[in-house]
Design a binder for this molecule. Structure first.
Ligand SMILES: [Zn+2]
Length: 142
């Protein structure tokens, strides 16, 4: 029987190929902005085999926020790194994640400025939720 950790690792490895090909942050699904050499120990061999690096070494594509969240910390497994980054993202985006749901007719009754603020807030919440659910969901607009 497959363990939860085994499933998570397979999911991560599958999404790594897509992230490398499409320059997607491996941790949250946003557009990658840099290449992070902070690779969990247990993934090094796998990444080395699929990347065949030149002089640049083994790296993964990441957004700046995820890169800074795990900067200077070594992780044994991708699950440990992901748990750490999720906790950091959850804390940084706690206000986005707390935005309430609005019914369409409630939003329609608002003036332009408030309606725009509410819709931007809902977009921010959905983006934060999708980043935490990556790779099962992908943030919109990325
Ligand atoms: Zn990210």
């Amino acid at each position: 029987m497959a363990s939860g950790i085994g499933r998570a690792r397979r999911l991560y490895r599958d999404c790594l190929r897509q992230c490398l090909a499409e320059r997607i942050c491996v941790h949250c699904g946003m557009a990658a902005e840099t290449d992070d050499p902070n690779v969990p120990d247990s993934l090094f061999g796998f990444l080395y085999a699929i990347q065949r690096p030149g002089s640049g070494g083994v790296t993964v594509p990441v957004c700046r926020e995820c890169a800074s969240a795990s900067k200077d910390i070594r992780f044994a497994t991708p699950e440990a790194q992901r748990r750490h980054i999720d906790a950091v993202l959850r804390a940084r985006h706690r206000r986005d994640l707390a935005v309430a749901d609005w019914e369409d007719d409630e939003v329609a009754r608002l003036g332009y400025v408030l309606r725009t603020a509410v819709l931007n807030g809902i977009d921010g919440r959905e983006r934060a939720e999708a980043r935490l659910a990556w790779p099962r969901r992908r943030p919109k607009g990325e």
